[in-house]
Design a protein around this ligand. Structure first.
Ligand code: FAE
Length: 507
């Protein structure tokens, strides 16, 4: 083999900066906002490169499956952890929920900050690989409150319907819901809510409910009915690799590089990128350049890159970068109630008490046994927001959320579930979240904000003070959206891209 400079430097692992051919646009990340940008740029004929730090989840493991399930987690479950970190710590105070695993580029990450941990998806498809698929269009009144600068008529008339269509959102057949044992748990919570005078509402999803119905009849491969969700679904779910990203790739103008982590953004734009292997080893450091840069690395990823760029002097950015972050008021709680041992992992019903600031999804707890658990993930109207801080010594970015800031969320959730317990003579479960807590208020599935629309960026996601630099993900939304966020992130990205493509890329 002829030893070129490049192969020599690569072989000796010196991680040199290797210049790459230049695409017109680069997108960092492959989650919702990024996938919308890729489809729209690709359709416009713009050569686009997507850089994703996680894997492309298209290879089967030794068990013949791409993803592992929640009851038998292996190294595929989590992003470089020694042990799984499921939202429940224990069951009956017993350490039976989590397992030791090999460190590996798994699909679910839990990022830890001092008083708040954030779950995020890692891989081509971002959060769509691990989420519950709940596809909720927020209440218009609340949307108008949190995003006043966005034309709500246009969103509700055009972009929410467009996002729902492209994401393949569907709703459960009511007869199936009322009769299948897999939703007994949801019917129980509905009855209990009713006794407390609270209403429930069906929630659409991107999981194909016809596939699920066939699963229950043994006519389709099982996924939702086989304990698969937060570590990935092998079947049934229309994750982004099957929708927006597939469309983007079909244009022939979009390329995706998995296991490529962007670490630095310099003017031009020049990106420093580490290519890693599935053991986390840095194989090489590359440099990419582009004219148009779209940041879709999620609320944490995008904010971290821009805070670091500002604080190290790489980019001239305003003081709003790194501000306006919130956990969408997430609080998890559970009540001691028989809910059945067969449970679909896909939530379809929520207690809608938004008049009192709570929208609580009725969550499953599929354990294969009766655990006497009615589990809920409550989205609450918590007005608290936090900022990110750069630490020069470690070159890391950390979140300044305090535990007191979770209090308004817990108070609102507690008011609702105290009512449910009173009306049904039931109690909370204290054995699930550690420290005998009935409410888990120190993690979120829904990180939002950090580069808020109209402050860090203009009204369409153009980063203020920069040319051709765009934010296209959940960091645009200031900390709360009153519902599960991905439909809003998708619709907002569609709206922003439509404007950016006409005004900026026609130049
Ligand atoms: P996101 O989907 O997080 O994608 C960001 C991507 O960028 C990821 O693939 C990262 O690996 C990648 N990335 C980050 N930093 C870098 C870097 N430096 N270099 C290269 N790549 C990078 O962004 N939402 C709902 O609406 N309904 C649900 O039912 C629901 N359930 C959830 C359940 C779980 C367990 C979790 C974790 C989340 C859930 N969510 C749900 C939240 C939803 O998935 C989330 O709001 C969106 O995925 C956020 O979309 P973004 O485009 O902001």
């Amino acid at each position: 083999m002829k030893l070129t400079r490049r192969s020599f430097l690569t072989a000796v692992g010196l991680a040199p900066l290797i210049p790459q051919p230049e695409p017109q646009a680069i997108i960092v990340g492959t989650g919702y906002g990024a996938a919308v940008a890729a489809k729209r740029l690709g359709e416009k004929g713009i050569k686009t490169l997507m850089l994703e730090m996680g894997q492309s989840w298209d290879q089967k493991g030794p068990d013949g499956k791409v993803f592992c399930d929640m009851l038998h987690p292996d190294r595929r479950s989590m992003w470089f952890k020694d042990r799984t970190e499921a939202p429940l710590e224990t069951l009956l105070w017993l350490d039976v929920v989590n397992r030791d695993i090999e460190r590996y580029a798994g699909v679910l990450d839990k990022v830890h900050y001092p008083n708040m941990s954030v779950y995020v998806g890692r891989g081509v498809g971002g959060g769509s690989l691990v989420n519950g698929g709940m596809a909720v269009t927020p209440k218009r009144e609340y949307f108008e409150k949190i995003l006043p600068q966005v034309d709500a008529d246009e969103m509700y008339g055009t972009y929410f319907p467009l996002a729902n269509k492209n994401l393949r959102v569907n709703t459960i057949d009511r007869t199936f819901f009322e009769t299948t044992e897999y939703y007994h748990f949801a019917r129980v919570s509905r009855a209990h809510a009713g006794r407390a005078g609270k209403k429930t509402t069906f929630v659409p999803n991107v999981y194909d409910f016809e596939h699920m119905r066939k699963e229950t009849l043994g006519e389709a491969p099982r996924s939702a009915t086989a304990g698969e969700v937060i570590y990935g679904n092998n079947h049934g779910k229309a994750s982004l690799d099957q929708t927006y990203l597939r469309d983007a790739l079909a244009t022939g103008n979009v390329t995706i590089l998995p296991l490529h982590r962007v670490t630095r953004i310099q003017p031009g734009y020049r990106l420093t990128v580490e290519q890693i292997d599935t053991d986390g080893k840095v194989l090489r450091t590359k440099e990419f350049s582009c004219r148009y840069l779209f940041l879709g690395a999620g609320s944490l990823g995008t904010t971290e890159l821009l805070v670091r760029a500002r604080e190290t002097g790489d980019l001239d950015l305003n003081e709003h970068i790194g501000q306006g972050w919130g956990p969408n008021g997430n609080v998890m709680t559970a009540r001691a109630v028989p809910t059945g041992f067969r449970q679909s992992t896909i939530p379809v019903l929520a207690i809608d008490d938004w008049d009192n600031g709570v929208f609580a999804e009725i969550a499953p707890m599929p354990a294969g046994i009766e655990t006497l658990t009615a589990l809920y993930l409550a989205i609450t109207d918590n007005p608290e927001r936090a900022g990110f801080r750069y630490d020069r010594n470690t070159n890391t970015v950390t979140l300044d959320w305090t535990s007191e800031q979770s209090r308004p969320a817990v108070q609102k959730a507690k008011a609702l579930f105290d009512e449910l317990n009173r009306s049904n003579l039931t109690t909370y479960r204290y054995d699930l979240f550690g420290n005998n807590k009935a409410f888990s208020d120190d993690f979120t599935y829904h990180p939002l904000g950090g580069c808020v629309l109209g402050r860090a960026t203009d009204e369409f996601g153009r980063v203020r003070g920069q040319q051709n630099l765009y934010v296209t993900d959940g960091s645009l939304i200031a900390g709360s959206v009153g519902a599960n966020p991905f439909v809003t992130i998708t619709a907002l990205a569609e709206r922003n891209l439509a404007r950016i493509l006409t005004e900026d890329l026609n130049r």
